[in-house]
Design a protein around this ligand. Structure first.
Ligand code: 4NP
Length: 145
């Protein structure tokens, strides 16, 4: 059964904590976490504008803290969900021999978006637009568990 899901982006302060926070609200019984492939923001709370946009929709990201993706995550989660191809590649490069944990792309669960990547609002500044995609992808992922 897929009950332990890890969301992964680059900094773990925008996309993956937003995905974690939305999924936590939709499916409180799942074991959820998020991580970044970089160590740039380790220990930090999600980015202020991301937190504010999420809070306006009722998602509280404030308890979350950034951490870096680690090899043990392949063992500790049933499913790893990457926010874009670049992060999917960085995760795959760390896969231990013999491990078969799927590493999927979050945007591909979003019906009607025809996107394979979640755009990074740290650069686009479209925090609300990315939450639309994240909410749809979260619903699509839940429907497939
Ligand atoms: P995230 O966005 O990968 O969605 O958390 C980013 C946040 C910070 C940086 C890059 C991406 N940065 O360059 O610091």
């Amino acid at each position: 059964m897929t009950t332990r899901i890890l969301f992964v982006c680059l900094g773990n302060i925008c996309r993956s904590p937003a995905a974690e926070g939305v999924m936590r609200q939709f499916a409180p019984k799942l074991e959820l976490d998020s991580a970044g492939t970089s160590d740039w923001h380790v220990g930090e709370a999600p980015y202020g504008p991301m937190r504010a946009a999420a809070k306006a929709r009722g998602f509280d990201l404030s308890p979350l803290r950034a951490r870096q993706f680690q090899t043990n995550d392949f063992r500790d989660f049933d499913l790893i969900v990457a926010m874009d191809h670049s992060n999917q590649d960085r995760i795959e490069a760390l896969r231990p021999a013999g491990n078969t944990t799927p590493v999927t792309l979050f945007a591909e669960y979003a019906e009607g978006w025809h996107a394979s990547e979640v755009p990074d609002p740290y650069y686009t500044r479209d925090f609300d637009g990315v939450l639309d995609l994240i909410e749809d992808a979260a619903r699509g992922l839940l429907a497939r568990l």
